[in-house]
Design a protein around this ligand. Structure first.
Ligand code: CU
Length: 151
C-alpha cells in the first residue's frame, strides 16, 4: 500500500511540474506548424501566364514640349517599335495643349488617328492593328514628331 501511495505521489508531482512549465511558457510546448508566406507566393508564381496578353506602351509628352529648343524632348520616346495589337498610350505631362495626329507636319494628317486637343494631364490611346511605320505629329507644334514602327 505504501508503495502505491508513493507512485501516486511521484506521478502527481511530475504532473504538477509539467503543468507548471505549460503555464509559464505554453508556446514552447505547443508548436503549431507555420507555413511561411513566401512558400505560398512561390506557388502562385508557377501559374503560367497567357502568352497572348495585349501589350501597352506609354509615350509621354514631357514638360516644355511646345518649345523648340535644342535638347528638348517632344515625344518620349520619339521612336518606338511595337508588335501588332499593341496599344500605345500618349500622356500629356506638359502644361500646354498638344495633339497626337497621324501623318507628317505641318498639315499632312493621314486620318489613321487623331487625339484632337490634349490639355495637361490628358491621355490618348490607339491600338495598332496593321504592320508598318506610322509617323505622327502635333498640329500646334510641327517640330513635335514621332514614329511608331509596327511589326
Ligand atoms: Cu504640341
Amino acid at each position: 500500500m505504501n508503495f502505491a501511495y508513493g507512485v501516486i505521489a511521484i506521478v502527481g508531482v511530475l504532473a504538477a511540474i509539467i503543468l507548471g512549465f505549460i503555464a509559464v511558457a505554453p508556446d514552447d510546448i505547443i508548436q503549431p506548424r507555420m507555413i511561411p508566406v513566401e512558400e505560398m507566393v512561390v506557388v502562385s508564381e508557377l501559374t503560367p501566364e497567357p502568352e497572348t496578353l495585349p501589350m501597352a506602351l506609354t509615350v509621354s509628352i514631357p514638360e516644355g514640349a511646345g518649345i523648340p529648343e535644342d535638347g528638348q524632348i517632344f515625344y518620349d520616346p520619339q521612336v518606338i517599335d511595337v508588335t501588332i495589337g499593341t496599344t500605345v498610350i500618349w500622356e500629356n505631362l506638359d502644361n500646354t495643349v498638344h495633339t497626337v495626329t497621324s501623318g507628317k507636319p505641318p498639315v499632312d494628317a493621314d486620318g489613321v488617328f487623331d487625339s484632337e486637343m490634349m490639355v495637361a494631364g490628358d491621355v490618348f490611346e490607339f491600338t495598332f492593328a496593321t504592320a508598318g511605320s506610322q509617323d505622327y505629329y502635333c498640329i500646334f507644334h510641327p517640330w513635335m514628331i514621332g514614329t511608331v514602327n509596327v511589326e
